[in-house]
Write a protein that binds this ligand. Structure first.
Ligand code: G3P
Ligand code: MG
Length: 255
């Protein structure tokens, strides 16, 4: 069974873009640090570069996170690998992250977020599915996207891998409902943490959906969403989230 779907007494701790509070986001250093800080898994953003490889980066351009400039879709992997993504780190490929996060025993979970602006000709979904299967990671991966059509295509390409639809508090309610409907079958919903109130989580649980929420960076918010009943908490600091989840566990034990 896919590890995201196991029932657990406490929420999962998921490192947003790796342990991005303490290492350059979406780099191997950030994913390794997340493992060291006791995260159950990590969230990462993927898109295709000009030479076709699937690379791990958040923005459409390299301007904010590296010492270079330009659109990821206009730069080859060779060009991207020249750039410093912070502290001497390089922009990793998805394949490199899948390898770096392998470990014996309890699998390190990955939430692969496919960026919404992928051009259909990129075949991003098919490439991601192929890589996840080649690396035998289908049991530790959860796919997500803000783009409901990507979520829908993933269901067709890889029905064995669970999927999540992303949405945020700034979206008009009607648009949110439309996006969720267009996404088709999905196991998880990923609202931002402002939308997480107990009634919302309970309503979703009643229709068989689990909730992971983002980006939770304070103890207060982590306790609030944890009490609301989320399955996973996505935040920049796994150590902060781990401490919050432990505090939540103590409260549950003491009643
Ligand atoms: O997947 C959760 C979160 O990462 C979604 O927003 O913009 O940080 O990718 P963003
Ligand atoms: Mg993301």
């Amino acid at each position: 069974m896919n590890a995201w779907l196991s029932d657990r007494p406490l929420p999962l701790v998921i490192a947003h873009r790796g342990a991005s509070a303490h290492a350059p986001e979406n780099t191997l250093a950030a994913f390794r640090l997340a493992m060291e800080q006791g995260a159950d898994g990590a969230e990462l953003d993927v898109m295709c570069c000009a030479s076709g490889e699937v690379v791990v980066i958040h923005d459409d351009t390299v301007d904010r996170t590296t010492n270079g400039r330009g659109r990821v879709s206009a730069l080859s992997l060779r060009a991207l690998k020249q750039l410093d993504a912070g502290a001497g780190e390089r922009i990793p490929t998805l394949s490199e992250v899948l390898t770096a996060t392998e470990r014996p025993g309890t699998p390190f979970l990955l939430n692969i977020e496919l960026k919404p602006n992928a051009a259909p000709r990129d075949q991003l979904e098919a490439k991601v599915v192929d890589l996840v299967r080649q690396h035998a990671c289908t049991e530790r991966v959860l796919f997500s996207s803000f783009n409901p059509l990507i979520v829908r295509r993933l269901a067709r390409l890889a029905p064995e891998v669970p999927r999540a639809i992303l949405y945020f508090s700034g979206m008009p309610k009607l648009l949110r409902a439309l996006v969720i409907a267009l996404a088709g079958a999905h196991e998880f919903q990923h609202p931002d943490h402002r939308l997480v109130v107990p009634e919302h989580v309970q309503r979703l649980r009643a229709i068989g959906k689990r909730v992971n929420t983002w980006t939770v960076n304070t103890l207060e918010d982590a306790l609030r969403v944890g009490r609301a009943g989320v399955a996973g908490i996505i935040g920049d600091s796994p150590s902060l989230l781990r401490a919050s989840v432990e505090a939540l566990g103590l409260k549950i034990e003491r009643g």
